[in-house]
Every structure is written in structure tokens, then in C-alpha cells.
Design a protein around this ligand. Structure first.
Ligand code: 13P
Length: 266
């Protein structure tokens, strides 16, 4: 199975100058399609919305895909929704994927089940793939509620399949699940590989139970992945790649993580 290593740049870098410097470093290291194919690892970055068009323009002839970090729940295209960017707008800006349901969106923007179902529908309507983030908080982890939390969050996928059958024909190629324990994001704390593996197995089994076509769902781990711990995650067959925050802001550490997954899949 192909590995995926995706950089979520969040609200970084601060300036276009710094975005271009990061891209310079990234593109120098990964400068041909052939090289990227040789890595056996699909790379993707998700810049903030303001940088999406310029980043996707620079990545156009490279093997690195470009994703949005979010899209509007209210409309797939246009409307009176101040501050929002629609699925059509981010696709027009060059994104081919979007992250949805990141815990920071759930926490700071109160994103609910219904909101995420809307967003997922809009993304697929506009031809965007979806990296759907799920994961438990520290309190939920401590209370051993991880799998219950994940089941509730995955119900968005179940409801999507029930309501939007025409959109979900090739969903296995257009949906990636990213398991990101909230307590591991940006903290340097990580679950054990065994814990992540068991949770990914549960996610894969649950999603396969929704539809036969989803029997080989790609499931990424996210939360304090870095160049030092990537090998241990990459070695587990249940972990199909990584969604990387902080370490994706330096080309060297981002590509070292990709290299760990390439070596594990080769
Ligand atoms: P960190 O890699 O900085 O912990 O962030 C993970 C994340 O939230 C990626 O979406």
C-alpha cells in the first residue's frame, strides 16, 4: 500500500517570503516526478487559505499535492458567507484535497457532526479528496473512551454513505482518515505504536463495515510525528502514513518522515 505523508501547515508560515523559502527547500529536494515515484510515498502539503493559490501554482509540475485546511459548510460554491472559502474556490485555487474535522476546527470553531457532513458533501461534489481527522482528547483517553469517540466521529462517513450514494462511488480513493489524538498534537507526547496500531485496526474495521468498497481505508497517524519517531510508526502495517504539523514546516524533517515511510513500504 502506498504511504501518504501530509504536511498541515496550519496558520504558518507568517509571510509569503517564508512560504516561498519553505517551498524552495522542498522542491529542491523533490524536484522531479521520477524522484517522487521512487520514494513510494505520496507527499501533500496544506497551506493556509491565503497561500493556497501561490503554493499550488508552484507545486503544479511537482509530485507534491496541495490541500486546503478547511472549506465552507454553507455552500459548495458561492454565497453571503463572510470569511468562508468554498470547495469550488479552493479547487479553483489548485487544491485537490481538503483536510476536514481537524481537532483545532472542532475545538475553536465548534464543528459538529452535521457541519462536517455538509463539508464532506461539498468537498466531494467539487471533486476534492478529503482527509478526515478524528481523535480523542486527553480526558477521553484517560477515561478509556477512545474507541467510542472515534465511532461517533466516523458516523459522519456512515451518514454520508447513507445520504449521498452517488458521491461515494470511488470514496476509497477520495477519503483518507487521519487519527490524531488531541493530546498528542503539538505536545511531544505520543501514544505507543501498539496503541495507534490497535486504534487504526478498529478504524479500518469500522469503515469496512459501512461499505464493502471501503475495506482498505488509508489511515494516517498524526500528533507529534517527527524525524526521530517516524520509523517506529512507519514500521507498523496498520499505519499508512502521517499527518504532520510542526515538523512539516522544515523541508528536512518533513522529507525525513516521508523517507521513513518509503523505506518501510519498499
Ligand atoms: P504536530 O505534528 O505539530 O503535533 O501537529 C499534528 C497535527 O495537528 C497535524 O494535523
Amino acid at each position: 500500500m502506498q504511504a501518504w505523508v501530509i504536511g498541515n501547515w496550519k496558520q504558518n508560515p507568517a509571510t509569503s517570503h517564508d512560504v516561498n523559502a519553505l517551498l524552495d527547500d522542498l522542491l529542491t529536494a523533490v524536484d522531479t516526478q521520477e524522484q517522487a515515484n521512487a520514494t513510494g510515498c505520496q507527499l501533500m502539503v496544506a497551506p493556509s487559505c491565503i497561500h493556497l493559490a501561490s503554493v499550488s501554482a508552484r507545486l503544479k509540475d511537482s509530485p507534491v499535492l496541495c490541500a486546503a485546511q478547511d472549506i465552507s459548510a454553507h455552500s459548495a460554491n458561492t454565497g453571503a458567507y463572510t470569511g468562508d472559502c468554498s470547495a469550488q474556490q479552493v479547487a479553483d485555487a489548485g487544491a485537490t484535497w481538503t483536510i476536514l474535522g481537524h481537532s483545532e476546527r472542532r475545538q475553536y470553531h465548534q464543528e459538529s457532526h452535521d457541519c462536517l457532513l455538509q463539508k464532506m458533501t461539498h468537498a466531494l461534489t467539487q471533486g476534492l479528496g478529503v482527509i478526515f481527522c478524528i481523535g480523542e482528547t486527553q480526558a477521553q483517553y484517560d477515561a478509556e473512551e477512545t474507541l467510542d469517540v472515534i465511532d461517533a466521529q466516523l458516523a459522519v462517513v456512515k451518514d454520508l454513505l447513507a445520504q449521498q450514494s452517488e458521491l461515494t462511488a470511488n470514496l476509497s480513493e477520495r477519503l483518507i482518515i487521519a487519527y490524531e489524538p488531541v493530546w498528542a498534537i503539538g505536545t511531544g507526547k505520543v501514544p505507543t505504536v501498539q496503541e495507534v496500531s490497535a486504534t487504526h485496526q478498529h478504524i479500518k474495521q469500522t469503515v469496512a463495515g459501512f461499505a464493502d468498497s471501503l475495506d482498505s481505508m488509508t489511515v494516517l497517524y498524526g500528533g507529534s510525528v517527527n524525524a526521530d519517531n517516524a520509523d517506529s510508526f512507519a514500521a507498523d502495517p496498520m499505519i499508512d502514513g502521517a499527518l504532520v504539523g510542526g515538523a512539516s514546516l522544515k523541508a528536512e524533517s518533513f522529507l525525513a518522515i516521508a523517507d521513513a515511510f518509503r523505506r518501510a513500504t519498499s
